[in-house]
Design a protein around this ligand. Structure first.
Ligand SMILES: NC(=O)c1ccc[n+]([C@@H]2O[C@H](COP(=O)([O-])OP(=O)(O)OC[C@H]3O[C@@H](n4cnc5c(N)ncnc54)[C@H](OP(=O)(O)O)[C@@H]3O)[C@@H](O)[C@H]2O)c1
Length: 299
């Protein structure tokens, strides 16, 4: 409980209240924060993009800010100081963009982010989980054969690509509320998890990439499971899985030479397509796995 306590004859704010206030200051980067009770009407909605330092996540932040001039965006990333493109956006949209430090492998940072969003805005209309790993030099290699499989790679891909978004949903769902589509009122709150077509079991004809594929398959099942639970709420949340196509980012760069002509999308194009799906999401889309063009992908 946040109460006044007596210490050495003087009344003081309880340690928990002081800690919460300090946390607000640290996370938001401002010395004041709007409480939910006194918050203005966040007319254009509040979106949170997790994994926003670069690639598709960064592009989501840019388009959400540019296309909805009344929208607010919380962008999270592991190392805000190194996220220079995100800082550039902060300079352009200082009033409507908040940057928070969040590592999906550290649940405390997720909890802290959720508390900060609650204090500042009271609710959230869109959650985009974009962070994902496919290869990390010397640490994680997409396996081309079974004998290259390492337990550490399987676990790491699962931790970032599947457990991470699950923990995000766990801590953010109480905040999710309908509203705030691109300039219009979306009918439902949306959770959009960036999956990949290679996570489809039905579509798996090539094999390989065991860690990445299986982690995305796990993400699909976890998201589907959550969609059933959240779909029962009075104010339903629509949880969808999105395949962005093959997009020109750091993640795909080492594998781009095999991409057929015209099939390597720009980040701008892919996110434009994905935002179209998100902004038109309906209750009946809950628990579905969509490609960038709106086609459903088999499980
Ligand atoms: N690009 C494609 O062709 C493609 C195709 C299918 C699916 N996808 C999916 O789309 C999503 C975005 O991919 P992308 O191409 O934009 O990748 P990217 O350019 O490599 O960016 C990956 C992002 O994930 C973040 N990240 C990695 N580990 C993290 C952690 N532990 N905690 C928080 N953030 C972490 C990175 O942050 P740092 O800067 O801190 O490393 C970076 O912001 C991924 O889920 C990917 O699987 C991409």
């Amino acid at each position: 409980m946040n109460t006044l306590v007596k210490s050495g004859g003087a009344w003081m704010v309880s340690p928990s209240l002081a800690a919460a206030a300090l946390r607000r200051i640290r996370v938001s980067g401002f010395a004041t924060s709007s409480s939910s009770s006194s918050s203005p009407n966040w007319e254009g909605g509040v979106s949170l993009v997790q994994g926003a330092s670069r690639g598709i996540g960064l592009e989501f932040v840019r388009q959400l800010l540019e296309k909805n001039e009344k929208g607010y965006v919380v962008a999270t990333c592991r190392n805000p100081k190194d996220a220079t493109s995100l800082s550039d956006l902060k300079n352009r949209f200082s009033e409507r963009l908040v940057i928070q430090k969040l590592d999906v492998t550290d649940e405390a940072t997720i909890e802290e982010s959720a508390e900060s969003v609650k204090d500042r805005y009271g609710s959230l209309n869109l959650l985009v989980n974009a962070a994902g790993i496919l290869s990390i030099p010397g640490v994680l290699q997409p396996e081309t054969t079974l004998y290259k499989v390492e337990k550490s790679s399987l676990m790491l891909a699962y931790e970032v690509n599947a457990v991470g978004p699950m923990l995000m949903m766990k801590h953010m769902w109480p905040l999710l509320k309908a509203g705030g589509g691109s300039g219009t009122e979306r009918e439902v709150a949306v959770v959009a998890n960036l999956s990949a077509r290679v996570g489809s079991i039905g579509d798996n004809r090539l094999g390989g990439w065991h860690s990445y594929r299986a982690s995305k398959t796990a993400l699909n099942q976890l998201t589907k499971n959550v969609s059933v639970e959240l779909g029962r709420r009075k104010d339903p949340v629509v949880c969808i899985l999105l395949h962005p196509g093959t997009v020109d980012t750091d993640l795909s760069r080492p594998f781009q030479k095999n991409v057929p002509e015209g099939k390597l999308f720009t980040r701008e194009y892919s996110v434009q397509k994905l935002l179209h799906i998100i902004n038109n999401a309906k209750k009946q889309d809950n628990g579905k796995f969509f490609a960038w063009d709106g086609q459903e992908i088999p499980w």
